[in-house]
Structures are given as structure tokens and as C-alpha cells.
Design a protein around this ligand. Sequence first.
Ligand SMILES: *[C@@H]1O[C@H](CO)[C@@H](O)[C@H](O)[C@H]1NC(C)=O
Length: 337
Amino acid sequence: MVVAGEMDSNVTELEDFWNILQDMDPVWTTTVLLVPCVVLLTAGSFYLYSFIMGLLSKMSVRNKVVVLTDALSGLGKECAGVFHRGGARLILCGKNWEKLEELADELASASDPTVTFPSKLVLLDFGDMDSMPEVTSEILECYGCLDVLIFNSGMKVKAPAQSVSLEMDKLLMDNNYFGPATLAKGLLPSMISRRTGHLLLVSSIQGRISVPFRTAYAASKHAVQAFFDCLRAEVEEYGISVSTINTTFISGSASSSSSSTEASRSIWSLLYTKKPLGVSPDEAATEIVRTLSSRRKEVVVAPSLPKAALYARSFFPDLFFAVVAAGVKSAAAAENM
Ligand SMILES: *[C@@H]1O[C@H](CO)[C@@H](O)[C@H](O)[C@H]1NC(C)=O
């Protein structure tokens, strides 16, 4: 009966409200009634806007020759799916030929062959820099040109600075810096001659918010970011765009093979080990497609906590570094217990 009572009171409240409305000055009444209409209209136009943006981003990839440097990662597969369905001519690169073929078959069987293109495959391993000239010409031979080049590959190493060998440092730099830089330089002449192109680097905000035990990784990410930032200004006159997208880790990409138990107890680990703080591959892929049509130069996709950390790093650096150090100490203390 309590429920019925509540309902009654609601009804009378509504009636009261209505009476008050009628007693009020008509100008006020229209204002009050207008508010929900305005809210609805705004929501509607937002919906329309995202719908049109969706259409635009689909248009932006149709018939375009798109190169993905690591099509086999979680993000790579997601991007491959989106671009394939959008009618792009994909060139999928990766380290494993069988897996590339599998991916191409999957893409082909999941879509209508009359509106999509079969993917071309190229073996690419940034760890083997001697193969780069060959890889570059193979990519160019696929369609004779290219429109979009997406660097989504990356190698991660997590260890205290003093225990990372020079060989490992070099391998990391090859994968994260020399590889992308060399491929970009090899493919640029083709883009310059056609006066069009878009280079898109998927980077990591971890380089900026200096997560401990990732010295070499952060260094390589800074290097590649600086390379593309400089390149952007150089190639603008040829109609070539350069975009960088910074993300936190992409969840489900299964690339972090390092032990996660040790860090999971530190406060700081909240920033990079827990799932809600990562970005899902499909969110990241959507952002990539959106960036291709908007040609934005720098995009950050991250949940709010890492984003807040990024602002803290810029505006309160001392506080930020103190928190990071405290996180490392508490992790060490937890380990000693
Ligand atoms: C993106 O990441 C790179 C390297 O990790 C860093 O240098 C750059 O400042 C970051 N940009 C933003 C907007 O976070």
C-alpha cells in the first residue's frame, strides 16, 4: 500500500505543478516548456552529427590504399576489419605469414566481395632492419601507390633500467623507432609525387607520463614521436598529413608478456594494469578512422584517470613525480613483506 500511496502523491505533485504552470505568467510557461524541447533538439543534433561523422569516416577509406604495419595485433585486426568493410584496399603487414593468410581469409569470408577488396599481404619484421628496402618495394608494388600508412606496431619491455642489455635496447629502438622511421622514409617519395597521403602513428601516453620500469620503451616512443612531429612540418606542403594518436595500453592486445603480478600491488599500477583504464581495440580503431577524416594532428584516447595524470604531469610536475616514486616504493615494500 505504501507504493500506491507514493503514486498518489506523485499524481498530486504533478497536478500541483500543472496548476502552478497555469497560474504563472505565460512567458514563464513557454520558457519552462521550451527547455525539454531544446534538450531534445540538442540530443537529436548530436545524434545526427555522429551519424554524419560515421558516414564521412566510411567515405574516407573507400578505395584508399591503407597499409597496417602490425595487422596481427588486437588493434591491427580491429582496424583491418573496419577498413576492409569500409572498402579500403588493405595491405596487411605482420611477422607471421600463416596468421596473415588466416586474417585475410577471415576478412574475405565476413564481407561482401563485390564491395570490398581482397587484402594484400607483406611480411614485415622491424627487428630485421636489413629487410627494410625489400619490404618497402613490396608494399609499393601491391598497388603502385598508397594513401594511408598506419604505424600500430610496438614492442614493450618492462624491467629496471640497469638490467636491460644494450642488445635489448637496440632491438627496442629498431622496433619502435628505426623501423617506422625507415619505412616512412621509404614510402614518402611515392606520397610526395602524388601530393597526397596520411601517416598515422599510434603512440603511447606512457612515454609522457613516465611509468617506472619502462625507460627504454618510453625513450623509443619519445624518439618516434619527435620524428613524426618534425616530419609533419616538412611534408605539409605536399598535402601529406601526419597524425599521432596516444593511447594507454590497448586491452586484449595480448602483447604484454611480462609478469604483471609484481606491479599489481602498487598504487601506480592502477594506471596501466587494470582493464577499465585501458582502451579497447575497437575504441582505438574508431578513433583511428575518425582521425583519418578529421586529419587532426594529435589525438589522445584514454580513460579519465590516465588523462588526469597527463594534466598533472604538465601542470604539477613535482607532485606527479612524487606520486610515481611513492608508487614504486610501496610496490617494493609490499614485495618485501
Ligand atoms: C604522446 O606520446 C609521446 C611518446 O610517448 C609523447 O612524446 C607525447 O608528448 C605524447 N603526446 C600527448 C598529447 O600525450
